[in-house]
Design a protein around this ligand. Structure first.
Ligand code: PAF
Length: 287
């Protein structure tokens, strides 16, 4: 196994990518904040299968954390991440410092208006501004042909697809399925924060989504009773506190009364200080 090339600067990253492109290789990019789990590995494997040169960034982006969020304690197991990238035959890891990404007197941010202040954005002001800003920067540094994102962060993916469209970026965006534990819990770097009891209750998010999916398959088309189902199920789960349960049109991320077209069913639930999210995307034909 060959250890990936490790870069920390813009110039070194750009010249390694330029060399790959000069060799005729398609450049695939998986942006991450590290603490890699099987969900990330599924993105890396897809990139590996589709691209000649695979870049993974590992950067815990400070601008997407609120003042009371977990920036300081966010897991940073770099050696383990390096081993995982080596095992997946990643070509290059870009691992910059915050000063490289946000030099002194940094003043420019990207906002995808309309999509950024709903769902997760309603309780995490500034979060998606930070995400869009860093991803645009990473795209400008890495200059990938194709970038891979997980559906687990569906709103993030939707916002970034809009950014690419609105700013005429020539990056192909690939959305990859959620990877789950055997009991349905969506993989997340934050799952490590859960206590044993919280971990036992956490699959309730997926159970709610499955319940709603079954009702849709049975012909239900009104959203409010479906949202109420999820609310009631979370309410009765020990240790769980609902942040939101929502059924929205995936294009606009706006609530809908009647299901039709591409619909995002999304949940955010707190277990103590740990906030878990999960979702399903469904294509609903008229009943
Ligand atoms: O999904 C993540 O891990 C982050 O939001 C991303 C896309 C790497 C930006 O920091």
């Amino acid at each position: 196994m060959v250890t990936p090339l490790l870069t920390t600067t813009l110039d070194a990253t750009r010249s390694a990518v330029a060399a790959a492109r000069a060799r005729g290789q398609r450049v695939g990019f998986v942006p991450t904040m590290g603490a890699l789990h099987a969900g990330h590995l599924s993105l890396i494997r897809r990139a590996r299968a589709e691209c000649g040169f695979v870049v993974v960034s590992i950067f815990v982006n400070p601008t997407q954390f609120g003042p009371h969020e977990d920036l300081a304690r966010y897991p940073r197991p770099f050696e383990k991440d390096l081993a995982a990238c080596t095992a997946e035959a990643v070509d290059l890891i870009f691992n910059p410092t915050a000063e490289v990404v946000y030099p002194p007197f940094f003043k420019t941010f990207v906002e995808v208006t309309g999509l950024q202040n709903v769902l997760c954005g309603a309780t995490r002001p500034g979060h998606f501004r930070g995400v869009a800003t860093v991803v645009l920067k990473l795209f400008n540094i890495v200059q990938p042909d194709v970038a891979y994102f997980g559906q687990k962060d569906a709103q993030q993916a939707r916002i970034l697809i809009q950014m690419v469209r609105d700013l005429h970026l020539s990056v192909e965006m690939v959305l990859c399925p959620i990877v789950r534990e055997a009991d349905g819990l969506a993989l997340s770097s934050r799952n490590v924060y859960l206590s044993t009891e919280q971990r036992q209750q956490a699959p309730v998010l997926f159970q709610c989504l499955r319940m709603i999916q079954e009702r849709i398959a049975a012909g239900d088309r009104l959203t409010e009773p479906l949202v109420q189902l999820a609310r009631a199920r979370i309410w009765e789960t020990p240790g769980a506190r609902l942040d939101y349960a929502a059924i929205v049109d995936f294009e606009r991320l706006e609530p809908i009364d009647v299901l039709s077209g591409k619909v995002l069913i999304a949940l955010a639930v707190f277990f103590g200080a740990t906030r878990l999210i999960d979702n399903i995307l469904v294509d609903v034909s008229p009943a």
